[in-house]
Ligand binder design. Structure first.
Ligand code: DAH
Length: 372
C-alpha cells in the first residue's frame, strides 16, 4: 500500500510540472484529488484496515493529499501569472491585477515568455481624439458683454437668485399695490407666516440695492445672472433666462453719461457703424426711463423680418436712478446721481445668429449647443 502511494505521488508530481494551461490543471485535480481518484479510495479504506496499518497508511495518505492540494494551488498561481505576463506583452500595457503574494517587481519584470500569436497595435498611429467641451452660448455671451463693461471701468458682481420681495420690488419703487407689480409674474417661495416674502428674482435689478447698501459711491458694477418668470414658454419666452444689470452712481453723473456708455457698448458689441436710438419708457426705479434700440444689422435700417420692418431692434432698458431709490440706501440725491440699465442676454445671440426660439438654449440638445 505504501508503495502504491509512492507511485501515485511521483506520477502526479511529474505530470503536474508539465501542465501548461488551466484546463489541463483541472483535469489533473479531478484525476488525483477527485472523489474517484486512487488517493481518495485509499483514504476511504483506511478505517477498515487492521489497527497497526491504519496509522501508518492513514498518515502517509494524508500527507500525499496535503502535498497534492498545495502543489495544485501553487501551479495554478504560476499559470495565472504567466497568462498576465503574456497579456501585457501582447497589449503593451501594464494591467494592474493584484495577485497576492507576488511583488510588483516580479509582476512587471521583463516577461520571460515567448510572445503569443496576436497582432500588436501600431504605436505610431495618432491617439483617439477626446471631444473637447466648450462654454454654453449664454456663458460666452455673458463673458463677452461683461468684458466690454470691464474695459469701460465696471466691476462684475453676482447676487442671489432667491430674493426677498423687498429687494426685487419694494426697494425698487414697486410696492405691493403698484400696478407695475403685475408686470412680473413671479415664482414665490413658500415661507413661514412670520417670514418676509421670498421669491425667485424676476430681474437682476435687486442687486442695484444690495450693492448700494454695501458700498459708497463711486459705484460702477455689472451684474450677470439668472432670472425667473412664471409664464408659459414659447419661442420668445422662457421661465428662466439671463439678464445683465448695470449701475453707475457718482457725483455729476448725467444722462449723457448713460447715452455715451451704452452707445460705446453697442458699438463694441454690434460693430463700429451701429447707430442707437433712445426712446422714453417706464420703469418704476428710474426717472427718466428709456429703451435703447440699435439700427437693424440685417437690413441697415431699411426694414426687414428681423426688425419687424421698423429698422430698429430694442436691446435694453435704462434710466437715471430714481431719487427715492437713492434715498432708500441713504445716498443723498442732491449729491449723487446715477444711471442703470438691464438687458436680456439670450436675445443677443438670437439676433446675431438668427436663432428663432429661445427654448433651444436650455433644452440641452447638443446639435444646437455644439454650433457655438
Ligand atoms: N429690470 C428691468 C426688466 O427686467 C430692466 C431694466 C430696465 C433694468 C431699466 C434697469 C433699468 O436697470 O434702468 O425688465
Amino acid at each position: 500500500m505504501l508503495k502504491k502511494l509512492a507511485g501515485i505521488k511521483s506520477a502526479a508530481i511529474d505530470e503536474l510540472s508539465s501542465l501548461s494551461d488551466l484546463g489541463e490543471l483541472e483535469a489533473w485535480r479531478v484525476r488525483y484529488l477527485g472523489k474517484k481518484s486512487e488517493l481518495t479510495q485509499i483514504l476511504r479504506g483506511v478505517a477498515s484496515l487492521p489497527i497497526d496499518q491504519r496509522k501508518v497508511i492513514g498518515a502517509s495518505a494524508n500527507k500525499v493529499k496535503v502535498l497534492f492540494e498545495h502543489s495544485y494551488q501553487e501551479h495554478k498561481k504560476s499559470l495565472k501569472e504567466r497568462a498576465y505576463q503574456e497579456m501585457e506583452a501582447a497589449t503593451g500595457s501594464k494591467q494592474i491585477i493584484s495577485t497576492p503574494g507576488i511583488s510588483s517587481a516580479e509582476k512587471f519584470g521583463s516577461p520571460d515568455v515567448s510572445l503569443p500569436d496576436v497582432s500588436l497595435p501600431d504605436v505610431s498611429l495618432p491617439g483617439r481624439p477626446i471631444p473637447l467641451g466648450r462654454l454654453h452660448p449664454t456663458t460666452q455671451m455673458v463673458r463677452e458683454i461683461c468684458n466690454i463693461f470691464i474695459a469701460l471701468g465696471f466691476q462684475v458682481v453676482e447676487g442671489p437668485e432667491v430674493e426677498w420681495d423687498y429687494y426685487n420690488f419694494e426697494a425698487l419703487n414697486i410696492p405691493p399695490d403698484h400696478p407695475a407689480h403685475d408686470m412680473f409674474a413671479t415664482f414665490w417661495i413658500d415661507t413661514e407666516p412670520d417670514q418676509r416674502p421670498m421669491l425667485l428674482r424676476t430681474h437682476t435689478s435687486p442687486m442695484q440695492i444690495r450693492v448700494m447698501e454695501q458700498t459708497r459711491p463711486p459705484v460702477r458694477v455689472v451684474v450677470p445672472g439668472k432670472v425667473y418668470r412664471y409664464e408659459a414658454t414659447d419661442a420668445t419666452h422662457e421661465s428662466m433666462f439671463y439678464q445683465i444689470e448695470g449701475l453707475a452712481v457718482d457725483e455729476n453723473i448725467t444722462f449723457s453719461d448713460l447715452k455715451g456708455t451704452l452707445y460705446e457698448f453697442a458699438k463694441r458689441l454690434f460693430g463700429e457703424e451701429r447707430r442707437v436710438r433712445f426712446r422714453c419708457d417706464y420703469f418704476p426705479f428710474v426717472e427718466p426711463g428709456v429703451e435703447m434700440a440699435i439700427d437693424c444689422m440685417a437690413c441697415g435700417g431699411s426694414g426687414c423680418r428681423l426688425c419687424s420692418d421698423t429698422g430698429w431692434i430694442e436691446i435694453l432698458g435704462a434710466g437715471m436712478v430714481h431719487p427715492d431709490v437713492l434715498r432708500r440706501v441713504h445716498y443723498d440725491p442732491e449729491v449723487y446721481t446715477g444711471f442703470a440699465f438691464g438687458l436680456g442676454v439670450e436675445r443677443i445671440p438670437m439676433l446675431r445668429y438668427g436663432i428663432d426660439d429661445i427654448r433651444l438654449f436650455y433644452s440641452n440638445d447638443l446639435r444646437f449647443l455644439s454650433q457655438f
